[in-house]
Design a protein around this ligand. Structure first.
Ligand SMILES: *Cc1c(COP(=O)(O)O)cnc(C)c1O
Length: 352
């Protein structure tokens, strides 16, 4: 029998459930309820056998150029990967090697802790304040790097850019990663700071605002030096991370900006309406700038609600963790899906 000390000890990240049935209302993994742009589907229908037969472009130059043009940065400042999970994992591996503690919030994207453990990175979880805000002055202590989402997940709260900048500017010798998975739904991006701060990495994903979670596309932007080191690590691990299908459909998505803006607009509109309806039903929540709402009912237990919703084929997310066990994270779906959710909640709350 193989001795256990040969194995890497890990506690894996637990993603939200992906039910096999099609007749469920799926509000548990922050996916986009709308299809990707028509251009994406057309590009897909024109992909020829060479895209399958041949290795993809290891530099992913078409997609890198498209993203660079879109954000008006030069392409030496862009790195792409297989979803932002891949990009973030590569960043952890590349930038968090000092041995000093890496800092991230106690309530945040659960994968940070998993990567830190996987890569044997020393870290400290910094408590959010009682209203779930990130406190910039808590990030001035000696550290080996910093990572946080803005807007934060699962709270949905966005930090104003001047507070984000306070964290970046006070840590010039360490890399600060701002995970902007949800920034398209609200808040001011740190991208405008990339030219001024050589320690900043901003990550983005096609999974939420671009309706392409299944295609696995993510990217980050930062100073040329950081991006070049990141590429060296990537090419020391796997040269061909992105499939040609992902590259081509990713380019098509970025090209269709008007569709993108329209879909994001629809989701934020539905989010604001949902906030009002949830308030009327007795829920409270941090004021979300993302495509989900992190809500707590004034009387009914979150786990009880979670189970009742699930029995009624409505999937939301519940985290059984000390500070947030009273909350449900509800993804913004279509108008109809939110109506079904709210109708069910109304009835359930009246009868319990
Ligand atoms: C969804 C999410 C990601 C990862 O998204 P990918 O699908 O891997 O691109 C990263 N960070 C946060 C905060 C997320 O919510």
């Amino acid at each position: 029998m193989v001795s256990k000390d040969n194995f890497r000890q890990v506690v894996p990240y637990v993603p939200g459930e992906q039910p096999k049935e099609n007749d469920v209302i799926k509000l548990n993994t922050n996916e986009n309820p709308y299809p990707p742009s028509q251009g994406v589907m057309e590009t897909l229908s024109h992909i020829d056998n060479a895209s399958f037969r041949k290795y993809p472009d290891p530099d992913v130059s078409d997609l890198v150029s498209e993203i660079a043009d879109y954000h008006n940065v030069n392409k030496e400042k862009v790195f792409v990967g297989v979803g932002s999970d891949d990009v973030l994992a590569m960043c952890f591996l590349t930038f968090f090697n000092s041995g000093r503690q890496v800092l991230f919030p106690d309530i945040t994207y659960a994968f940070y802790k998993v990567w830190a453990d996987l890569f044997k990175i020393n870290y400290r979880e910094v408590p959010l304040d009682e209203d779930f805000n990130i406190v910039p002055s808590d990030y001035l202590a000696e550290n080996g790097g910093i990572v946080f989402p803005n807007p934060n997940a699962p709270t949905g709260l966005v930090m104003p850019l001047d507070r984000v900048e306070e964290i970046i500017s006070n840590n010039p010798n360490n890399v600060v990663i701002v995970d902007e998975a949800y920034i398209d739904f609200g808040g001011e991006s740190a991208l405008s700071l990339v030219d001024r701060y050589s320690n900043l990495i901003v990550t983005r994903t096609f999974s939420k605002s671009r309706s392409m979670a299944g295609m696995r596309i993510g990217y980050c932007m930062g100073n040329e030096k950081l991006i070049s080191v990141l590429n060296s690590v990537k090419f020391s691990y796997n040269s061909y991370t992105m499939s040609e299908v992902a590259i081509k459909t990713g380019v098509a998505s970025v090209k269709d900006d008007s569709y993108f803006q329209r879909i994001v607009g629809k989701i934020t509109e539905t989010r604001e309406k949902t906030k009002e309806a949830l308030t009327d039903l007795g829920f409270t929540f941090p004021d979300s700038s993302a495509n989900f709402i992190f809500a707590k009912h004034n009387r009914i237990d979150a786990e009880q609600l979670f189970n009742a919703l699930k029995e009624n084929k409505i999937f939301v997310r519940h985290f059984d963790l000390p500070r947030i066990k009273d909350y449900l994270r509800i993804t913004i779906g279509t108008e109809n899906e939110m109506k079904a959710l709210l109708d069910f909640l109304k009835k359930y709350i009246e009868n319990n």
